[in-house]
Design a protein around this ligand. Structure first.
Ligand code: 6PG
Length: 639
């Protein structure tokens, strides 16, 4: 069976007179594989019946289909063969597919009844009686898959169109939520042949794949299935299957459904926001079965999926190479026109990098949110003034998140600012918190990102906050904010943004070292310059910064020190004044503390070590001895 997997059986199907024979013959010639005329496999009785204008029954077709199936199974050519077979009903097609393990491509030729009738009337030699045409149309169940070609052009033109379709790279997508649909359309725009599948849940998810295919049929053609087994059987080996399903148990459940139907060499691309450890586990479980698995971060939301996301694939290089042309074609492009998609590294590194992307996203979102809050309620700027301020900042920051925040500030509903109608309880799907868990594991100080997660958590405590706000008077600004703070806001924002990125990249760096992933921080910044949620001018500059100094913390980069020094006072002033006035500034405060700690030769941690040793005999390293040696003091006795 192994050697048969490359064999592809092309069945040119459709009603009599549509042009199957000439097309199939020409196609076989171009593909340099054998051609078999299905009509020649009819029994003498069937041919007689057709000549007399008597429609064939299912019973009549049974032996004929069996003969075709037997011939298919005897195809010797390693690349397969082309057959003609009207295969009008789904049942007939299924019968053929059930009789063989070989993979099929259905080439469905169609034309109007009138055009075929006039063709038949002028044609010679064909044993088919034109009166049977109506019965053929009555029997016809056009396939929801395959290559659909209208034969209103010359056979040569039809063959060209078929060859173009055959040559397209092929992928199957499981899961047609907004992201799955966007990716499918994006791939179709980029010359990829996409087959779609969505599960059926009565009353919840019904006919999603069919409706998606129907809604787009004016401009795109998508083969669709609502039966997983048929979907997988249709995809040519080695299969490329992209999962766009909710991260977590749903991914495992889809994998366990598809696994018994997969063959070695098949590839699953998990394009959801899966946890990198889950991805790691899935990669090794599937590796044992010789099935490839790419844990692929995709950023850019609905719009990115449709028009060009940033793509972060991790897993085996071999698997990536197989689908790199598809992924790179649909990705956003950087300023040089290169794809915002690159092979990230081994194991779960693709999803790890996506997770940290989201962590940085959390930090930057909170920074914008608290800056807006401060400007509005503590500096009493109008909404228009805040929008204008953010717009001005964004002339140089070019941050996507800041850009959408300006739009948000301009959106009104019935004259009212929509933002004021949105409850201040932030949701989250977990990636920010996972970054914190990873930071704990790798011993990284993830201040701004963790604080942003905590700020979302506290925002969710709406009822407790409401009660507390009644108990504590936090409504009026407590301290006066100095006039010159306005000039400091931009510098403060800029530096917190830099620190938040430095923190995120530090986590990637440490995980890469620990796991020998060999991640390229400059390349990661590059694929984040477009398509993703955290694209910005800062990200653009990091591509070079990491090239100059690939292995070190961003705050140590000689080219950032000047900027950091210029902005540090602004950050300190804004943070401290805002908080003294009663405004919560979680991420700004966190960035300040991180910065002060990170840039301190002497921290307070010697006291911590002494305390640990005092009550727990944990020992400590000494400043007057080489590092790595630990000492104890018997604190009570020595006193
Ligand atoms: C992206 C986004 C995307 C999604 C987040 C939102 O890069 O396109 O990060 O992945 O919007 O999962 O996460 P929260 O719901 O946790 O804010």
């Amino acid at each position: 069976m192994q050697e048969d997997r490359g064999k592809r059986i092309y069945i040119v199907m459709g009603v009599a007179g549509v042009g199957k024979t000439s097309t199939a013959k020409g196609l076989a010639e171009k593909l340099q594989i054998p051609f078999y005329e299905g009509d020649e496999m009819h029994s003498v009785e069937n041919i007689e019946k057709m000549k007399n204008g008597t429609p064939l029954t299912d019973e009549d077709r049974k032996a004929w289909l069996q003969k075709i199936a037997d011939t298919i199974n005897n195809v010797q050519h390693k690349n397969g063969a082309v057959f003609t077979c009207s295969a009008l009903k789904e049942r007939y097609r299924e019968f053929l597919m059930d009789q063989t393990q070989l993979s099929f491509e259905w080439i469905y030729l169609y034309e109007t009844k009138e055009a075929i009738r006039s063709r038949m009337q002028s044609g010679k030699d064909h044993f088919f009686n034109p009166e049977l045409l109506q019965s053929q149309f009555d029997t016809l169940e056009p396939p929801a898959y395959g290559i659909h070609i209208r034969t209103d052009k010359t056979p040569a033109e039809c063959i060209d169109s078929i060859l173009k379709e055959i040559k397209k790279p092929k992928i199957g997508i499981i899961g047609l939520g907004v992201m799955g649909q966007g990716l499918a359309l994006n791939m179709a725009d980029n010359n990829v042949s996409v087959t779609v599948y969505n599960r059926e849940i009565k009353g919840v998810e019904e006919d999603i794949a069919k409706n998606f295919s129907d809604e787009n049929k004016e401009f795109y053609y998508f083969s669709w299935f609502k039966d997983l087994e048929k979907f997988l059987r249709y995809l040519p080996w080695p299969r490329n299957i992209l999962l766009m399903v909710k991260a977590g148990p749903a991914v495992d459940s889809v994998i366990s459904e598809v696994l018994p139907l997969l063959q070695e060499g098949d590839l699953i691309i998990d394009a959801g926001n899966s946890h990198y450890l889950d991805t790691q586990r899935r990669i090794s479980e599937l590796e044992e079965k010789d099935i490839h698995y790419l844990g692929t971060g995709v950023s850019g939301g609905e719009e990115g999926a449709r028009n060009g996301p940033s793509i972060m694939p991790g897993g085996s290089q071999e698997a990536y190479t197989r689908v790199s042309s598809i992924l790179e074609s649909i990705a956003a492009k950087d300023k040089n026109g290169d794809a915002c998609c690159t092979y990230i590294g081994r194991e779960g590194s693709g999803h790890f990098v996506k997770m940290v992307h989201n962590g940085i996203e959390y930090g930057e979102m909170q920074l914008i949110a608290e800056s807006y809050h401060f400007l509005r309620f503590y500096m009493n700027l109008s909404i228009e003034e805040i929008a204008a301020t953010f717009s001005k900042w964004n002339e140089s920051l070019d941050s996507y998140l800041l850009e959408i925040s300006v739009d948000i500030l301009q959106r009104r509903e019935n004259g009212e600012l929509l933002l004021d109608l949105i409850l201040d309880a932030a949701g989250q799907k977990g990636t920010g918190g996972w970054s914190t868990e990873a930071a704990l594991k790798y011993g990284v100080a993830l201040d701004t990102i963790t604080t942003a997660v905590m700020a979302r958590n506290i925002s969710g405590e709406k009822e407790l906050r409401t009660r507390a706000s009644e108990l504590y008077d936090n409504k009026k600004p407590r301290n006066k904010i100095s006039e010159d703070i306005k000039e400091k806001l931009f510098g403060a924002f800029k530096l917190v943004q830099i620190i938040n990125h430095a923190i995120g990249f530090d986590l990637i760096y440490k995980a890469s070292e620990e796991n020998n992933w060999n991640l390229d921080l400059s390349e990661i910044s590059r694929i984040w310059t477009n398509g993703c949620i955290i694209r910005s001018a800062l990200m653009e500059s990091l591509v070079e910064r990491f090239k100059e100094n690939p292995e070190k913390h961003l705050l140590l980069n000689p080219n950032l020190i000047q900027e950091t020094e210029t902005c540090r006072e602004d950050m300190l002033e804004v943070g401290t004044q805002a908080m003294a006035a009663g405004c919560p500034m979680p991420v700004t405060a966190s960035a300040i503390n991180y910065f002060l700690n990170f840039t301190s030769y002497q921290t307070s941690a010697n006291m911590i070590q002494a305390q640990r040793d005092y009550f727990g005999a944990h020992s400590y390293e000494r400043t007057d001895k080489p590092r790595g040696k630990f000492y104890r003091t018997h604190w009570k006795m020595d006193n």
